[in-house]
Design a protein around this ligand. Sequence first.
Ligand code: AMP
Ligand code: MG
Length: 540
Amino acid sequence: MVCRPIPQMDSLVIFDNQFVRELPGDPSQDPRPRQVLGSFYSRVQPVSPSHPSRLAVSKEVAELLDMEPAFVDSESFVLAFSGHTLLQGMEPFAMCYGGHQFGHWAGQLGDGRAINLGEVINARGERWMLQLKGAGPTPYSRHADGFAVLRSSVREFLCSEAMHHLGVPTTRALSLIATGDWVVRDMFYDGRPRREPGAIVCRVAPTFVRFGNFEIFAARNDIDHLRRLIEYVIRTDFPELGVPTPDAMGQWFEDICRRTAIMIVHWMRVGFVHGVMNTDNMSILGQTIDYGPYGWLEDYDPSWTPNTTDAEGRRYCYGQQPQIAYWNLGQLANAIHPVLQNEHWIQRGMEAYVQELQYQWNASMASKMGLANWRDEDSELLDGLLEFLRSAEIDMTWFYRLLATYPVQPDSESPASGGGSDPRTHFHYAFYRPDDELDAAIPRLSDWLLRYQRRVQEDGTPDLVRLQQMNCVNPKYVLRNYLAQQAIDAAEQGDPKEIERLLDVLRLPYDDQPHNERYAQKRPEWARHRPGCSMLSCSS
Ligand code: AMP
Ligand code: MG
């Protein structure tokens, strides 16, 4: 069924679709999968779902878009953001991009299950692109169907909002809507497909342009389109750089490198593992994009990857993320080089990434430990800490929260809850296998705590102040893999309320929320090997 425009509600913002207005699209209307040459996008129509129903909405994103609460609560909202109906001014399209997947050039990829609806400019003058994920096939769907299943849509909706509330640069999610239709998926690619409920997330970001949008034109030696895209993105998304002169382009690449470094350090700080850092999943704005087989580090294991497809090579494991981002920036550099034609700027950008990453990492780790600032000699203290965390199964999130309440100042009024200054009692809860590992770990931990104590005493930070500062950077509530799975299980059983309940908790990730202690619990044993909680595939 083809979508019909409905009259715009008074309360709704106006669309200003600069991307399709300024850049040429695909002249063909053929909806079948194909190679699309010399075009930035193809116009498409979302598929109208059978029985769309609201599962969750992010009120902050609705506010960002200046949507009236009455509209957000209305049936029109559900129809518009499930692909059933087009609001006046929407001009749906799918973008053409390519990408390197797992280190290899994959050719044309494109929005295979994402459909951009259009751009709105809010009262603050900010431009936001609205995009449905899972609203049906496009010329870029290759051999897949263009739909998304409930489990992956719940995961994307919750995680993008959780990341925002954690202070991590990310695309946002406005809504999560069930389609009422079935989607067939072979979850672990093991020949056992099953029917799953379908759902659609409306994602929101200033732009969804990725490294791969530049790579596709470079790979096709289409320098004219490559240049147009670079100039467009600088003018639209990096206006502070002014007219896109060659120097501005160099500065632009350096900016992307710095933003990417900042994003990666945030990921490391909160324990986020993207899981599939292909170049088509790298936003040009340095925002986290494309929440697929991501996961949250539980016990501190830098080699951990949530993605079953990556289990062998571990290319995208937690500890590799800084190096992979660098590699991806190298691919972007190769792609834009024919237009920039300036080795110096490319080199500068890549070096800026390394510097920024180091600077942000040091600053981030100093604040995670509650140090007033980073000193070069702190690297020994930090190495000792990370080595300790690796030596046993220790929950990263809990460890830092417990470190914050560990008293280190002499005569301090201990802010410690419960355990006092006996490391064994104090850090017990962070251990996944205390019976097997606590005895061996305590001497190493005590030794490290002594060094830590000396260092904090040099700063002279009172324990209570340190506690407050550390709790602003070390979250208590993260979207633990098992929590997302529980919300999915409930939604699949027809109870979507847990999704918004969880979102509510994740809105204040750094606060102690006495009524929500259970959401802070470390991974229960039943979740250790359960699909969805410890392993995920790309199938969505
Ligand atoms: P991802 O692994 O999500 O980054 O996807 C890689 C490429 O596969 C992108 O071009 C996606 O649009 C496409 N893709 C993934 N899942 C689907 C699907 N269900 N239908 C159509 N295209 C898909
Ligand atoms: Mg992708």
